[in-house]
Design a protein around this ligand. Sequence first.
Ligand code: 5GP
Length: 213
Amino acid sequence: MKILTKDKKGVLIVISAFGGAGKGTIIKELIKDEHTILSVSATSRVPRPDDEEGVTYFFKTREEFENMIRGNELLEWVEFCGNYYGTPRSYIEDKLLANENVILELEEVGAIKVKEMYKDAVLIFILPPNMNELISRLKKRGENDEYISKRLKKSIDEAELIKHYEYVVVNDILEDTVEDIKKIIYVAKSKVAKNQKLIDDIKEELKNVTTII
Ligand code: 5GP
């Protein structure tokens, strides 16, 4: 008799947050799971001290980025706070088919575009526990006051788009936040629509056993 297992296809997880809500740290924890990877975006922004080429982003000049747009190399792209950001198209679908959960770390406009293309993408919005924490995280990151003020003002518009997400998680205690997101991934993987092959297999098995008995 056949062993019934869940369908082998990873989940596309889109994570967004206000700048300084701590999503980078959360994602670092999530990708410790051997079946969860982060898709690395391309950007024209200047690297920060903790950035690493090919790990946090692929850093491009504006001209190089515009060539990627023209070459249809990006699944989605936006201009955010004066810089380009985009998701390289190659690689995501292959990884999903190989049963890898793929995390995209996107601002809201890109997240909504991805949901239009991949209906079963899971959109998660991370909230800070309070505003002081948000400001202090931005300061710790070494951002100047002008950029902090720009990001906070941008957060007002961003908050309007949270209604397009399916889940919100408050990042207070890191371990709890990571566990909450893992539970969301588990739920997404358990959806009927994601397990059609498993359901077809069980129907087939039922027909087989009823003919034996
Ligand atoms: P940061 O400069 O702080 O690394 O990122 C600025 C914003 O751009 C964040 O909200 C981040 O999630 C978003 N972002 C990073 N990569 C991409 C991408 O490929 N596409 C879109 N739409 N947003 C991105």
